[in-house]
Design a protein around this ligand. Structure first.
Ligand code: NAD
Length: 483
């Protein structure tokens, strides 16, 4: 499936209407959709739906579940992932609303899109395409086998999306999963885990293929990272958690932070570039690690780009005093974000500096120096600094510098093939989007499957089922070559 921008707009409209009518029904009953329970999981669901009070017990249960799964066919794994997709599709609104309420970040409309994409576009067993060598000496198969039990750490920015996406890929590959969700969004992650187990049970799959803790703790994460029954770790989050799993001594996938730059040169379709950039940088209030975090713009077309950004929901700050005020607000100290503003919408942030705007404002833009903290730090807020450069060549140099070697994501709007090629070659990001919004890179309006675990540091790239497998060779000597 290829979700185009027009389809995203339609989904967004339907979602807005559904949420409005839901609120109207709810209001008539004296409740609001904002009053949705943040409990998510009650104590009664413990262990029957993959939720445990003790990490050792959870891991042992997952180990037994993986042994059962390993004896079943690939077709059965497909049946399980299909059931997960069907069940979770029933709960995207609930999960999106709970995530916003619990974490205080992002917006429901975009989280519904993110959850829907995670369900529809995460590949299952079809990702495990075997390889083969045949010749005079016979036939050799290259096969993908499960690791066993995987310990997965999930972020607060995609609490259910990561759980859905990782679970489908890891189970398709024949593994069981032990999740350690973020303390600030664990109820949302646990609710997704509960529905996943319900789905697995509905098709006769093993209980506890996906497990977690009733309450998260660093002690539980430590236990998981060093437990002998955990064969692989997969961390999705900031630098500290990636470092922690890489130091664990286990096979680890690290999907870390980014600071994605977008370059616009004088050959670009400026109206489209402005629209794409504002849509991308305001998607889920800039929480996605792939979202545009700073724009680098060739001087010649910069004024016209800013004009068009303002036509597409950007509010421009030009007063240096206000920009300074905003900086003081969103940073607690040098390089340390004030979490209160992470994932908040533009209207909320502007209100705190006494600027009142309507709901049509999706992003805050301002011109900034290339060393400004808004430019060099990963803000995860719909604040987009714009840095002028004299030409594309200077822009590529700067983009490479601002990406900090994270090898995560970058965008370029240009019709000059040489510029597009040079930037893609030099910046070496896992995702490079040409002439589109950042989310096209994870299959939203762009070709290809989706993932919510983009492993730049450890090189798996956009993870899918085969990222969670061991490559094995099976050699038959002297036979089955029919050339
Ligand atoms: P975070 O790093 O604060 O938390 C992520 C997870 O790691 C949580 O479950 C947390 O409890 C755990 N954790 C944090 N420090 C740890 C440590 N030292 N040892 C063990 N566990 C630890 O991240 P967040 O704020 O929830 O998410 C935002 C960050 O994640 C951003 O930097 C974003 O770019 C990144 N991210 C990356 C990807 C990707 O695919 N590359 C996807 C989503 C988010």
């Amino acid at each position: 499936m290829n979700i185009q921008q027009s389809q995203i707009d339609i989904i967004a409209k339907i979602v807005a209407e559904r949420l409005k009518s839901q609120d109207e029904v709810a209001l008539s009953k004296g409740i609001s959709s904002k009053s949705i329970s943040t409990e998510g999981i009650s104590k009664e669901t413990v262990s029957s739906e993959g939720i445990f009070e003790d990490m050792d017990t959870a891991i042992e249960a997952a180990y037994q579940a993986q042994r059962t799964l390993f004896e079943k066919s690939l077709e059965f794994r497909k049946k399980i992932t299909n059931a997960i997709k069907a069940e979770l599709m029933l709960h995207v609104e609930e999960l999106a609303m709970l995530a916003v309420k619990e974490s205080g970040m992002g917006n429901v409309k975009d989280k519904i899109i993110k959850n829907t994409v995670a369900i529809e576009k995460t590949p299952s067993v079809e990702d495990l395409m075997s390889g083969v060598f045949t010749g005079d000496d016979g036939l050799t198969l290259l096969e993908y086998s499960p690791f066993g039990v995987i310990g997965a750490i999930a972020p607060s920015t995609n609490p259910s999306e990561t759980v859905i996406c990782n679970s489908i890929g890891m189970i398709a590959a024949g593994n069981a999963v032990v999740f350690c969700p973020h303390p600030g969004s664990y109820k949302t992650s646990n609710l997704a885990i509960k529905y996943i187990n319900k789905a697995i049970k509905s098709v006769g799959g093993p209980a506890n293929l996906v497990v977690t803790m009733l309450k998260p703790s660093m002690a539980a994460v430590e236990t998981m990272m060093h437990h002998p029954l955990i064969n692989m770790l997969c961390a999705t989050g900031g630098p500290s958690v990636v470092k922690a799993v890489l130091e664990s001594g286990k096979k680890a996938i690290g999907a870390g932070a980014g600071n994605p730059p977008v370059l616009v040169d004088e050959t670009a379709d400026i109206e489209k570039a402005a629209r794409d950039i504002i849509n991308g940088c305001s998607f889920d209030n800039n929480l996605p690690c792939i979202a545009e975090k700073e724009a680098i713009v060739v001087d010649e077309i910069c004024d016209y780009l800013i004009f068009n950004m303002k036509q597409n929901g950007a509010y421009e700050l030009t007063d240096k005093v206000l920009i300074q005020k905003l900086e003081t607000l969103v940073f607690k100290s040098e390089g340390v974000l004030n979490r209160e503003f992470v994932g908040k919408d533009a209207k909320y942030i502007l209100d705190k500096i006494d600027i009142s705007v309507g709901d049509e404002i999706k992003a805050i833009i301002m011109e900034a120096d290339k060393d400004h903290p808004f430019v060099v730090e990963e803000l995860m807020m719909p604040i987009l600094p714009i840095v002028r450069v004299k030409d594309a060549s200077e822009g590529i140099d700067l983009a490479c510098k601002l990406e900090h070697g994270l090898r995560h994501t970058a965008m370029c709007h240009s019709k000059n093939i040489d510029v597009l090629t040079e930037m893609a070659h030099r910046i070496q990001t896992t995702i490079f989007v040409k002439n589109g919004p950042s989310y096209a890179g994870i299959g939203v309006g762009g070709e290809g499957f989706t993932t919510f675990t983009i492993a730049g540091p450890t090189g798996e790239g956009l993870t899918s089922a085969k990222s969670f497998t061991r490559r094995r060779r099976c050699v038959l000597v002297g036979g089955f070559n029919i050339k």
